[in-house]
Design a binder for this molecule. Structure first.
Ligand SMILES: Cc1ncc(COP(=O)(O)O)c(C=O)c1O
Length: 464
């Protein structure tokens, strides 16, 4: 284990020792240096983090002085509280400034010349992504988002009539829609296992898949972290189960990449699609597709490339015509920012922020959490509801009266909204979370004021 790595099982934070007190002094000076270098710079963040090596990631997660430089590295307005990072995360300043620079640079020379240089720089970005994911750079394609990456597999995977695809009721709605399209077009069978909210254990989740598999199952689609409640799935156990039966697995990692600290070997999946503009904090319009080397040839791209792109090469999935290279180059700065903080430290900070609000609200009798807080089962996303309070009305109230942005949860059977999804980020402060908790506790005690109290959900809106 590296010195900065924490034991996977969590554990109780030790009391400060002499060594730790010395460390805290060092943190103080590192933060001073960060202030001098400026929070906008990567060096400022690196300086703030440089002395966290003496702490476990769980200890570092609680050290507010370390995170204040990180908070200032973002330009997110403090006139509102953004607890909807599950949608798309704001990039830190170092990323948005780099993208603006790249946009300027690419207008200075003929585009062909610029592209030659940009493509060679993209080689470095690709290597950085592959290292973070733990695969060969030749096994990844850079896509425009997770949707493009995941649909490449969902449309490209060869399925005959009556072949079955197994997924869950809580996989992303556009992916389910893609599979429903294949059901109509190709006559496949789509089976969705129902995910309890919350499930009792990881064993429960494995058992659901075990029971859902039939001799006709060819492909499993599963989210590493669900978009509904932030539930983390035991991906490797499900992949191992599937592989023993000759079934391929596509993992929807839209919420896990750059959020949880893991490598491909921890999943052992055949295909992985993710957004980079979510938790990696890369520019909008960036995603990544991984395909295990020996499967690349059998998955055709959605848009046919010219023959020079080769049927066995990942570049064939990037043939989408001309687009700005600025956002793809900006992935490089996002990787540098991510690495400066450290993947495990970032994961633990996101988990700590979630626990800061969720443990407090869990103590209120009428408030219900739909996400288990055990470390292996969740991280920076969790869902919450108040008995008798319509989540859409609550969402509108929090925004209109408190400028707190949340995401409305999930429509069971397309009709019933069950919860609010709360997803803070590295720039979120503890006072912001306290303010959110106070607003929720007030509603739990007094109900919503008018006109929110009389809000009637328009159920038909969600029928299409
Ligand atoms: C689980 C999940 N999969 C896929 C997507 C699609 O991501 P993108 O917007 O990058 O295409 C989302 C978006 O929120 C998601 O939550």
């Amino acid at each position: 284990m590296q010195p900065h790595e924490a034991p996977r099982s969590g554990g109780i934070e030790p009391q400060p020792t002499m060594e730790r007190r010395g460390f805290l002094k060092a943190v103080g000076s590192a933060v001073g240096l960060a202030a001098l270098l400026g929070p906008a710079t990567l060096r400022g963040v690196e300086a703030a983090m440089s002395n966290a090596v003496g702490l476990t990631p769980q200890q570092a997660a609680r050290e507010e002085s370390l995170w204040s430089s990180v908070q200032q590295a973002f330009t997110m307005s403090r006139g509102l509280i953004n607890l909807d990072n599950g949608f798309t995360c704001p990039t830190p300043r170092v990323v948005s400034e780099a993208v603006a620079r790249y946009i300027g640079d690419q207008e200075e020379v003929p585009y062909g010349l610029w592209l030659r240089d940009a493509r060679s720089r993209m080689g470095t970005v690709r290597t950085g992504l592959a290292r973070l994911f733990g695969c060969d750079p030749d096994e990844i394609a850079i896509t425009r988002n997770a949707t493009e990456a995941l649909r490449t597999i969902l449309y490209g995977f060869a399925l005959k009539p009556e072949d079955e695809v197994l997924t869950t009721t809580q996989d992303y709605d556009s992916m389910l829609a893609t599979l429903e399209h294949r059901q109509q077009r190709d006559g496949i069978t789509l089976t969705k296992v129902d995910v309890p909210t919350p499930p009792k254990s990881m064993d429960d989740l494995v058992g659901m898949f075990e029971r859902g598999i039939t001799p006709k199952t060819r492909l499993i689609l599963l989210s590493h972290i669900t978009y509904t409640t932030g539930q983390v799935f035991p991906v490797k156990r499900i992949c191992d189960l599937a592989h023993q039966r000759g079934i391929d697995v596509l993992v929807d990692g839209a919420h896990s990449f750059g959020h949880l600290d893991f490598k491909l070997a921890d999943l052992n999946c055949d295909y992985f699609g993710t957004s980079l503009h979510k938790w990696l904090l890369a520019p909008k319009g960036t995603g990544m597709l991984y395909i295990r080397k020996d499967k690349i040839e059998k998955i055709p791209p959605i848009m046919s490339p010219p023959p020079r792109r080769g049927n066995d090469r990942m570049r064939k999935y990037e043939s989408v015509g001309i687009q700005s290279s600025a956002q793809n180059l900006g992935i490089g700065e996002a990787l540098a920012f991510h690495n400066a903080i450290g993947a495990k430290r970032k994961e633990e900070r996101l988990r700590y922020l979630t626990h800061a609000w969720a443990e407090r609200l869990q103590a209120v009798p009428t408030i219900r959490l739909y996400t288990p807080l055990t470390p292996e089962m969740s991280c920076g996303i969790a869902s919450v509801g108040i008995a008798g309070v319509d989540p859409t009305a609550l969402h509108n109230y929090l925004w209109e009266k408190h400028r707190i942005q949340t995401s409305r949860g999930y429509y069971e059977e397309g009709r019933t909204l069950l919860w609010l999804r709360i997803s803070p980020n590295l720039y979120t402060t503890l006072p912001e979370l306290e303010y959110f908790c106070e607003a929720m506790e007030d509603v739990a005690k007094n109900g919503l004021p008018e006109p929110y109290r009389s809000y009637k959900p328009d159920l038909n809106r969600f029928n299409g």
